[in-house]
Design a protein. Structure first.
Length: 234
């Protein structure tokens, strides 16, 4: 795994009022028992909690289902496999017997792949702005990145994103091996986004052209903001 950089200017921006993001996976756990795993990631990309329960307990007990739902309510939820994720959330909601409208989670979902694409496209915009400014002033230097990103067209799915982020497979049970790299990928995405938006603090003309720094990619930020107000009646 590539260690994410620390970007001081965005530390306060990423300390959002919402709790952060969550990853939810279902897969084989200890002794091959199907399990439900939930990981928490802070707005700054740091891991803040992890829980694993047998799926038979989570999908068979109202109290257990409500406990897992409490881990994802008011959090943006990473949709790596959207169809599976929504099936799991639907089962949890049904088991928990929560009086809430169907699909309550939809505003909270975000795609890590789309977050990467939004970062790559924003970098391209900043490069265009800087190069235009360089035509009028030879003292302006071109942009240089700690993490060079490929064209966003090269990232078609999560697997290709994980390769680009150089996130290796994690040891452990299958469910841990799946969920932990996703959490690490989110941390990497936060770091490259922070590096991208930091340009606005170093170059006033970029900030004047594109606005103040944003703490997260647009779709991810919208999911965090939507989730922050979506408290379930648990």
């Amino acid at each position: 795994m590539t260690d994410p950089i620390t970007v001081d200017p965005l530390e306060e921006l990423t300390a959002l009022w919402a709790p952060g993001s969550a990853v939810l996976c279902v897969g084989a756990g200890d002794l091959g028992v199907e399990s439900v795993a939930t990981w928490h990631v802070s707005p700054a990309g740091d891991p803040t909690g992890a829980w694993i329960y047998p799926a038979s307990e989570v999908f068979g007990s109202q109290d257990a289902a409500r406990r897992v739902l409490s881990f994802v309510e008011r959090r943006a939820i990473a949709a790596v496999h959207p169809q599976n994720l929504q099936e799991w959330l639907d089962r949890l909601t049904t088991t928990a017997k929560v009086n809430v409208e169907d699909g309550w989670w939809k505003g909270q979902l975000f795609s890590p792949v789309d977050a990467f694409r939004e970062t790559a496209r924003r970098r391209q915009q900043y490069v265009v702005t800087v190069e235009a400014a360089r035509e009028n002033s030879k003292t302006i230097t071109p942009l240089e990145w700690t993490h060079d990103l490929p064209d966003d067209a090269e990232v078609q799915d999560y697997s290709s994103l994980q390769r680009i982020a150089r996130i290796s497979s994690a040891p452990g049970t299958p469910v841990v091996s799946e969920i932990l790299p996703i959490a690490r990928t989110l941390r990497w995405l936060v770091s490259i986004w922070a590096e991208t938006e930091q340009v606005k603090n170093r170059r006033r003309y970029v900030r004047a052209e594109h606005g103040d720094p944003d703490p997260l990619p647009p779709q991810w930020l919208a999911a965090v903001q939507s989730a922050s107000t979506n408290r379930l009646p648990l």
